[in-house]
Design a binder for this molecule. Structure first.
Ligand code: FES
Length: 113
């Protein structure tokens, strides 16, 4: 069932890819649903594999104690697996992948040459 929450536009730099993130869906999940894979592992805010800078915009955490320090928060770093957008955002994620690119990298993928 689609969310009725407000939505925001998220730009993934440096690629310039854009997707829509509902205010009640973690940014990592919203990206995945839009066809983009951001680095991740635990998806619960502890491993820090998804840590990335927000270049502009506001976010909020969905958990009380995300695995970022006060200094990292001040520097604008977030964990998108447990963060939701509170405005339009620009995030820096140079290791982001388009799902279509991921399929081409799989040893199980068959490509039409
Ligand atoms: S995926 Fe582990 S902290 Fe985000």
């Amino acid at each position: 069932m689609p969310s009725s929450a407000p939505t925001f536009t998220v730009v993934i730099e440096p690629a310039g890819w854009t997707f829509t993130a509902p205010a009640d869906v973690p940014i990592l999940q919203a990206a995945r649903e839009a066809g983009f894979v951001l680095p991740s592992s635990c998806r619960n805010g502890t491993c820090r594999a998804c840590l990335c800078p927000v270049k502009s915009g506001q976010t909020a955490y969905t958990i009380e104690w995300p695995g970022v320090s006060a200094d990292e928060k001040t520097e604008g770093l977030i964990l998108p697996c447990v963060s939701v957008a509170r405005s339009d955002l620009v995030i820096e994620a140079p290791r982001a992948i388009l799902v279509s690119q991921l399929a081409r990298r799989s040893p199980f993928a068959k490509t039409q040459e």
